[in-house]
Design a protein around this ligand. Structure first.
Ligand code: ZN
Length: 171
């Protein structure tokens, strides 16, 4: 049985033009992301002030099309701009994957609390979200790089360990 990719097949795979969906974070990008590049203005029905509407212009980084805000309405405080979520995809044994370290920029521009854009982190599905400052985001990036380096080392150690185990089994 053949279980290796033949060179010609491999070459064909390599020369295929890269599809946008081939990006690792493609499935995290909101499918309703606006396509137009100009200023995006939305009119939102305010749930807390019957009859009133709110006209907002999205910042450049906002990837929300605010369709729910426009159709369902939103409270002034609850209205939020959201950037593209990024996550670490971890493959599971069932072939599916779990996203950990989900992070996205969020801004509640009419909040009574923080109105500045903030990074919202969901470490895993079992953890509540955390709000990160700019330095926290960079600190997380350093930890992720250190983790990636540790994974590389662990891979080498595992490879060596298996080689050694094979040699010992063959004796
Ligand atoms: Zn927005």
């Amino acid at each position: 049985m053949r279980n290796k990719v033949q060179p010609d097949e491999h070459a064909r795979t390599q020369t295929q033009p890269e599809q946008p969906s081939a990006r690792p974070d493609a499935d995290l990008m909101r499918v309703d992301a606006p396509q137009a590049s100009g200023p995006r203005v939305h009119t939102v029905r305010l749930l807390d002030s019957p009859g009133a509407t709110l006209t907002v212009t999205c910042p450049d980084w906002c990837e929300s099309d605010h369709s729910e805000d426009e159709t369902q309405g939103a409270s002034l405080e609850g209205f939020a701009h959201r950037g593209t979520a990024k996550a670490l995809h971890v493959g599971r044994a069932d072939g599916d994957h779990e996203d950990v370290l989900l992070i996205e920029i969020t801004q509640y521009p009419f909040s009574r609390g923080t109105r500045r854009p903030m990074a919202v982190l969901c470490p895993s599905s079992e953890h509540a979200e955390e709000h990160l400052d700019v330095e926290d985001v960079y600190a997380l990036a350093r930890q992720a790089r250190a983790y990636a380096d540790a994974l590389d080392e662990l891979g080498v150690t595992l490879d060596d360990a298996r080689r050694t185990a094979r040699l010992e089994a063959g004796r």
